[in-house]
Design a protein around this ligand. Sequence first.
Ligand code: MN
Length: 230
Amino acid sequence: MTYLFSPPAVVSLPIQGTDARFPVGRVFCLGRNYPWPQASDPAPSEPVFFMKPACNVVEAKGELPFAPATDEFCHEIELVVAIGKGGANIDPAHALEHVYGYAAGLDLTRRDHQRLAKQQGLPWEGAKVFEAAAPMTAIVQASWPLDAELWLKVNGQERQRAHLSQQTWPLDEVIARLSRLLPLRPGDLIMTGSPPGVATLEPGDVIHAGIDGIAELTLQVGPRPASQAA
Ligand code: MN
């Protein structure tokens, strides 16, 4: 059997403390999952999932490409949960047994596209899917609950901070509910939502973000694509 062209390379993330890499299957993202007191729209009454393609995952280091076709390129720091054991209809009492480890990641967003999508009831891909839309740290094995805060600074100024215990939907519940929608597989990642403080990025901005005791990342935002340079 031959392929018409070379299949896409397997996307993977480093795993802290081992040479083995974590092959990324699918990337599920959770909508609002922390209290956002200033939000103009109400919090969803159920966990809401959307996706990014695995090929949007990159290791969080060096220069972050500025997303094309947006005036509002926004950061969202999130806890990433790496699934190591698959399953369908997972019992919340056993959900954490399906977790391999954790990482810090950015659910980068074209906020202007997302606002339009929300207003008009349209799909979110235009807001959430682009090259390097999901930079992530190495995956770290740790025991839940993580008694940790996640935070994000831009040019040294803090913009986001919350404790993981402030998540609206507990992790076991998130895994259980997602596994009722479709079977989870090893290699799946779940981005578990971002605390308030999401805001726009400008070329040259330095992002420093992390989850205490788990992982930190530093990125510098690259120039605007030539087609939209000011
Ligand atoms: Mn998000």
